[in-house]
Design a protein around this ligand. Sequence first.
Ligand SMILES: [Cu+2]
Length: 336
Amino acid sequence: MCWEMRTIEGLTLSHVVYTPRGGAPQNVLRSAALAQIHVPYDSGEPRYHDLGSLGESAIALTAADCPGGERRGTYVCVTTRARGHAHLKDGFGDEQARKSRQGEELVVLSGYQVGWYAYVAEWVFGDDGSITPRLGATGSLAGTVTTPGHGWPIGVGRRHFEESHSHNVFWRLDFDVDAATRDAVEQYDFAGTGTKRRSMVRTRFATETKAVNRRMRWWRVLDPRALNADRHPVSWEIDNSDSAEYRGPADEAFTRADLYVTQYHACERLATQNPLPHCRNSVDRYVSGERLTDPVVWVNVDFHHVARDEDADPMPVHWQGFRVLPRDVTAKNPSP
Ligand SMILES: [Cu+2]
């Protein structure tokens, strides 16, 4: 992959290529970056949009911020770390048949100081091919005081109620599975409730779309003409199951879906307060009925932060993110 620290959205990855062990390189993403951090407070005010000049808030990293890895420039760390079991299988007494391996992951991370908060932005690439974008909020609580109905008592007694708020994080993923321009996006549901049977329901998005999370629902980006050795389309699955699913007022319509699929336009960079000319202002407005030939996926993951005494300075990191998994990229387990 390549990376660049952009003024508007901070660390931006481009030309992300996955090479399975013993396999050929596979194009995955043309570019990937944060697209907004929307922070509305529970009393109704304030309502921050933290992206717009994130690159200018990048924190210079020390060697201690990048254990076991290498700093690239001042603001980016590239490192590897353990991720627990890759697999485990009993051999029933046959040591040759017994399988156990520890997995590793490659991490590309950067940090940003935005007001009182600091954010750690990670791109985690597992040796199973998975990609996990995640954002950690740390630094200090903003110290926003509110009434007991909208906050939690912080410090001694019940004098200071720290206002609860949401961190609504948007990522923009411009997939290029195999070739540049014939990607498709599908949504999968598993119908049946209160019954023994589940039936798979596949929806192919022909035009730009907003979608919401549902239990068991997931999406995938595929190139229908790029096949693995089993002649199944190469695809990347998107799981967004950890969101608090914040839903805001009508003038924050961008909060009303968990995943957007839009046709590629270079000037559609941020999910809200998009600063580029010749484009709309927010991701919900990018969805305008265009036919999808070069889809861009926007993922919205929300975390509702109710402060606690443990958040006293420095605040422990709380993480939010989603998962991208290879689905039929290789015909076998890539790391047996
Ligand atoms: Cu918070």
